[in-house]
Design a protein around this ligand. Structure first.
Ligand SMILES: [Zn+2]
Length: 211
């Protein structure tokens, strides 16, 4: 079958557009902690309310003004941001590079899945709490707004690959899709991953379906 040059151009344009529509923005999450109200009370004072300084892409989530220090057997990390609002359980999300600095082993987990993970000491001034568990390296994931799941051709809990469309392109495997009406569509990676793929603000990704 032969097609004309114009038909070819049209065909390419259609495919490019389809690919464009399956893209989404990526965000790099720095190390941070989520705290229970009980731990907020200990570290910042009874009934302290976290003070939002910047709202994040996921509705209701914010970076607080509050900062903590993480204390490990080999090192400390200062000025770690507290994200709000308060959660039922405290959780600390660091990168593998951070784990080396602290001298701890942190397992790769999805946020909220902290059963059996190590703890860590969190300090503010002369106050501290020691978590029994909750130290993780967050597993990369895509938040998909329910209404956009069809456009991206994905289902909740599906595992996909993501091609990062950056100056230093990289295909990430083992990316977990989470679909909810409460989400806005963004992929989250940590700073180790961001550096590996040359991430810049506005970098986009594209889903590659697993066979
Ligand atoms: Zn996320």
């Amino acid at each position: 079958m032969t097609i004309s040059f114009d038909q070819l151009i049209e065909e390419v344009a259609v495919r490019v557009k389809a690919n464009m529509e399956q893209t989404f923005e990526i965000e790099a999450s720095g190390r941070h902690v989520h705290l229970s109200q009980e731990h907020i009370d200990i570290l910042f004072g009874k009934n302290h309310k976290l003070l939002p300084t910047k709202y994040l892409s996921q509705p209701g989530q914010f970076a607080g003004k509050e900062r903590v220090t993480l204390v490990g057997p080999k090192g400390v990390l200062h000025q770690v941001v507290v994200l709000g609002p308060a959660r039922d359980k405290s959780q600390v999300e660091i990168s593998f590079t951070d784990a080396q600095k602290l001298g701890v082993r942190a397992p790769l987990r999805l946020s909220g899945d902290t059963k059996g993970t190590p703890g860590i000491m969190i300090m503010v001034g002369n106050k501290h709490v020691i978590l029994d568990e909750g130290l993780i390296v967050a597993k990369r994931h895509i938040h998909v707004k329910e209404q956009e799941a069809a456009r991206l051709n994905v289902k909740d809990k599906e595992v996909v690959k993501v091609q990062v469309m950056s100056e230093r392109p990289l295909i990430f495997d083992d990316v977990v899709v989470r679909v909810s009406p409460k989400f806005e569509t963004f992929m989250h990676i940590d700073y180790d991953e961001a550096n590996a793929c040359g991430f810049k603000s506005g970098t986009k990704g594209r889903i590659i379906k697993k066979d």
